[in-house]
Design a protein around this ligand. Structure first.
Ligand SMILES: Cc1cc2nc3c(=O)[nH]c(=O)nc-3n(C[C@H](O)[C@H](O)[C@H](O)COP(=O)(O)OP(=O)(O)OC[C@H]3O[C@@H](n4cnc5c(N)ncnc54)[C@H](O)[C@@H]3O)c2cc1C
Length: 363
């Protein structure tokens, strides 16, 4: 029996919260401000949905995966279940304006709305180029405003409750891997509030998200110039301003990586319908992993509408992506073991999913 009190003690007080935003907005006693989520009143509910759906309480990965992607045959121990990996990019300039890499995510969300797959989308906007804001978008023309990555962790999922409250039934969500897990756990715990059949989940790749200290750092580096975007291509941090791009080492950004990200096993949003990351070897392109039938349907619609192009993914680059995922998974399992020894069990580390990675059985 666990609720808000335990969520506070076991997740927030220990610094494990990912700032996914799922508990915020569902419960009037949970509030967020920048890097913090706080349970402001111990509600006393014994079986709190906030606790059950939190991506940082114990998660039975095998069960959730089976429920979401059970009919997908191929399973890669490093990038999850999927049917196909492509290079992709948006080809309608009206849809790709201001996007981060190839504009695939914005193009797919626009397509999903245009084709009636979704009525609204839970996305992440910004007003200053840095601080993220959760937003529910119900007008196709508004989607472009959310283009581009905000590397500071965003409580995006709070807008999911806004969708429910305002009667948006078919909803699209774009989120980091922790947010994808939050949505999937939510679907298993309260299916009547977030029905799997009515939800499209587009997951981003993510190694880490940053704390708000990054905003202060960037503002200082930009010296008062307006920040128009941030890019983190291999080894580099690019601060884009109206006057040009300031280039730094990626290590400058990494110092603001949230420690909670050291516990995130998932690099490629393994439980999404479609996952999208940068194709770091080809500027202006994305890596696109199609996982579910819903993901296939969306890709088909985007191709038919002529707004997206795809091409074969180079096998050597896929192996590079897998090895990057393996490196992170090994570091994370070490951390998960450490916190387990201190009394917090977040996953079943004896499951083959985790053991095979540690014992070097995958390559
Ligand atoms: C914190 C973070 C870390 C990332 N790390 C990696 C990485 O290590 N490797 C990699 O290949 N790719 C990473 N990405 C993904 C990458 O930056 C691009 O989002 C992805 O390649 C899609 O590009 P696009 O041009 O299709 O996106 P766009 O078409 O520009 O769409 C961007 C989408 O991202 C959403 N979004 C923006 N910021 C956030 C946020 N903070 N939280 C949730 N959603 C957000 C917006 O709502 C929008 O829908 C990361 C993204 C984020 C937000």
């Amino acid at each position: 029996m666990r609720g808000g009190k335990e969520l506070k003690e076991e997740v927030q007080d220990k610094g494990f919260c990912t700032l996914c935003g799922l508990c915020v907005g569902r419960c009037p006693y949970i509030k967020s401000l920048e890097d913090k989520i706080a349970v402001v009143f111990p509600c006393g509910i014994e079986e709190g949905k906030c606790y059950a759906a939190c991506p940082r309480t114990f998660t039975d990965w095998d069960t959730v995966e089976q429920q979401v992607l059970g009919d997908v045959d191929g399973r890669d121990p490093l990038i999850g279940r999927y049917t196909q990996v492509w290079m992709a990019r948006g080809i309608n300039p009206e849809l790709t304006r201001g996007t981060q890499d190839g504009g695939t995510v914005t193009t797919l969300i626009r397509t999903a709305m245009a084709e009636g797959m979704i009525e609204g989308a839970v996305l992440t906007a910004t007003s200053d180029g840095l601080a993220p804001q959760a937003i529910l978008v119900t007008e196709a023309g508004e989607i472009g405003k959310t283009a581009g990555s905000k590397y500071i962790a965003a409580t995006t999922l709070q807008a999911l409750h806004q969708a429910r409250r305002t009667g948006v039934e078919k909803v699209g969500i774009v989120g980091r891997p922790c947010q994808v897990m939050g949505v999937r756990k939510y679907q298993t715990v309260v299916p009547e509030e977030c029905n799997q059949d009515n939800t499209l989940v587009i997951g981003l790749f993510c190694m880490w998200a940053l704390s708000y200290g990054f905003r202060d750092y960037v503002r200082q580096e930009a010296g008062g110039q307006e920040v128009t975007g941030i890019a983190i291509p291999k080894g580099e941090l690019q601060i884009k301003t109206a006057d040009g791009t300031i280039t730094k080492s990626v290590e400058e950004a990494k110092q603001f990586a949230r420690s909670a990200c050291n516990l995130c096993w998932d690099v490629t949003s393994e439980l999404a319908d479609i996952s999208v990351g940068a194709a770091e070897f080809a500027e202006g392109w994305n890596t696109l992993i199609v996982r579910s039938e819903r993901g296939w349907a969306l890709l088909g619609k985007a191709l038919k509408a002529g707004v997206l192009e795809i091409k074969e993914y180079p096998p050597a680059m896929l192996q590079e992506l897998r090895m990057a995922a393996l490196g992170k998974k090994r570091r994370v399992v070490a951390e998960l073991n450490r916190i387990q020894n201190e009394g917090t069990s977040m996953v079943d580390l004896t499951s083959p999913r985790f053991k095979s990675v540690v014992e070097g059985e995958v390559n």
